[in-house]
Design a protein around this ligand. Sequence first.
Ligand SMILES: [Fe+2]
Length: 592
Amino acid sequence: MKNEQEQLSRYLELAFNQAKELVYIKDSKLRFLTCNWSFADFFGMDTPEKAEGLCSSDLMSPLTAEEDTRTDKQAIQSSVTLSTMLTFDEGDNKSRVFSCLKAPLIELDSTIGIFCIMRDITSEEDQMEEYRNREAVNSAIIRNAPVGISVRDSVGNLLSYNKAWQKIWDSSDEKVKADMNYTRTELKLDDSDSYLYSYHDKLINVYTTGGEFFVPEVKTNRKKDGLEVWVSQHFYAIMNPDNSVQRVVVLTVDISDHVYSRKALKTTQQNYKKLSETIPVGVFRSEIRENSLILSMNPAFRRMFGFSEGKDLNVRITDLLANPAEERNIINLLQRKGRIDNCEIILKKADGSTFWASFTMSTLKEASVSIAEGVITDITGRMNAFKQLQKTIDGVVLAMSRLVDMKDPYTSGHQKRVADLSCAIGEELGMKPHLIDGLRIAGILHDIGKMAVPTEILTKPGAITRSEMLLLREHAEDGYDILKSIDFPWPVADIVLQHHERIDGSGYPLGLKCSEIRLEAKILAVADVVEAMATMRPYRASLGLHEALQTITAGSGIYFDRQVVEACMRLFMEKNYHLPEEDSLNSFRHDM
Ligand SMILES: [Fe+2]
């Protein structure tokens, strides 16, 4: 028996001294009676005996000693074991934290001392601090996330939710508790909502067996601005160690804007399709590349080209162009500018016949591949009417020109020859065809003002007097007055007014200089002089082409525009140009 007690005492002593925890015993006056080696080591004592008779303030900082003493007293007074914590400052912002169990030592109903075990929990405390910080960050993110987040237990009790979730369901805290608790779906289900109802089993699975489930789009029973709220929802389960469902987290996103935009877009597309099927202009879509394919065409387009209805066609842009090489220009324009506006072009039908069309094309910005959409209008009727009108204008112009010829038979054909040479110079200078058309009209009519000059002066052989010359010179202004009220698409009246101006300002009627004179008038001036000198007149022999060309060369840069003179010289000297014979002047527009 005695041996057993001795052995037990030895074990207790070993446990006391070898324990990693810090252990001490104090008497009722809170003086250390004994401590173990770990305690002595921690407080820098050689042996545990050194602690005997000391009190806390002998070993600890004043604040820690005060806390230790306070809790010792508390344990003694309450006569129950107390759990507390003590912190020891180690400098450099470091500290050691101990969890302390303080047990009063009671003998015969009175407390005779205190027994304390201190466990170093510094690393645990650091982890707890990190955990608390992480929790704070996570909850801040969840609280302010733009996505609705709610957490439920496995039977549907609502445990927590964030601001975005509350906004989606438009619920006050009280309303949330009343409305949204005890439900696993977050949506009020009824038989009419077959769409969501079909998902119900899958949702219940997440709550009962775990896993996750995504509802991409569902209509809620809430309304915002009079419109139903649509959401997407992602349910996923958080599992317990025993594999039962602990929590279900639900992410909810309000996708109402997306749903309504898509519906609006669909309606727009349907309207567009209906419109493109009924409008009388051809609508098509095509690729933007060499040998590009027509991807779609409306019924008017099919009718326009004579393609059969309701059959998929393998038609390329080049199949529709009278000149297939023009596809390159179309592609270039689309790639450079993104659109082509009202381009007039000759197109080819399925049977090979051609027609005039105006087309507008633009690239589709949203397309990931290069696609363009186009509208084609058949303008054959308009083009025919335009050509007819042109013929009429030309006829009237020719008739007016002949009036001058009738009054001044000596210069018959002068205006037409000047017009012919002017157009040749214009082409040589690279003028656009449209401007050359205006130049032709101005040339044909440039002496129309001579209608107002007395016939005696026009037909007077030999020299004329100064007053006669002044009268003759009025033909430029008279021509302007005759033509100014005609709404030509070119400035014909101005060109006629300026055809006797000279670039040094020595001309008439206004004495204009250089850039003040229109290019067309500068061309007419050169052609007028060359024709007048090179052609035989009834009252004089021809002065000869050679002398005519010498005159304009001598006046180049003084009276005549240098570039115009050079172009005229090239025509005669290099390009074998000849002024037209009288017989060939019956029609001035041979292509019509
Ligand atoms: Fe003239």
